[in-house]
Each structure stands twice: as C-alpha cells, then as structure tokens.
Design a protein around this ligand. Sequence first.
Ligand SMILES: [Fe+2]
Ligand SMILES: [Fe+2]
Length: 159
Amino acid sequence: MDSKTAKMKTGRKAEPAFIETAVDFIRTYADRCHHGKEEDILFRELKKKTISQEHQKIMEELIEEHRNARKVTGKLVEANQRYVAGDSKALEDILQCMQTLVDFYPRHIEKEDKHFFIPVMKYFSKDEQDAMLKEGYEFDQGLIHEKYRQVVEKGERNR
Ligand SMILES: [Fe+2]
Ligand SMILES: [Fe+2]
C-alpha cells in the first residue's frame, strides 16, 4: 500500500482495483479476523480482570484506533467510488486515506506486539490462555463461511 500510494501520488492517477483489494484485506483480514479476535476474545476477557491503569489506557487506545481505522477505510471506499464515477477531486481523498492507513498500521501493531499482548498475559492462568487460544482457532474456522455467506446474501439482495 505504501509503494502504491507513492505511485498514485506521483502519477496523479488512482488504481481503483488495487484499492478494492486493499480494502478487502483491511476489512476482512485486519479488521474482522484480527481486530475481531482482539476485541471479541482478548479484550472481552481483560475487561473481567483488574488490570493496571497503564494497560487499561492502552486497551482503550487500541479500541479507539480500531474504530478510527474503520472510519478511514469507509472514507477510502467512498472516495474510490467517487473516483470511479469520474470525480477527479476524489484522488486527493484517496491519497490521504491511503497514507493515513499506511502510517497507522505499523504503529498500531508495534504498540500491541511490544507493549500490550505479552505483558497482559500475566493476568491470565495457563488454562485461561489456552481457552482463549482455542476460541481464537474456532473464530478463524468460522470466518471463511461468514465471509462468503455475506457475499452470497449481498448478491441475492442485488439480484
Ligand atoms: Fe489491533
Ligand atoms: Fe493487532
């Protein structure tokens, strides 16, 4: 996404098909599959525990960052549609959204990997950790079915 953004910027031309692929990756993999496991399993379990103020603060930031990434991705989809419809002014919005996401994700991932996921494991027993891991695997198993059920349902609605 980083190099494509740079290319779109210098070429003054968007690549709608690439943007669609990137949006699908972000929505399905990063947001539903990955943030989903964080929010629906790990954070849910952490909310039952008494955690330090620092960890509480980071968790709230992470949730807010997920929310923000969803908003920017939505804006990107909307700008891409305008671009495809012939609105040349949409290019600036596309570039801005792409750049925001490119800057955002590595920082977000570093915060989680280096400052959150490992330290918060201390709040859980080995059994609790194993149970979350198992739930994570089950979550992943259901995902492909969820994704394509949605594709079919959307197709049937638009028939
Ligand atoms: Fe996250
Ligand atoms: Fe993450």
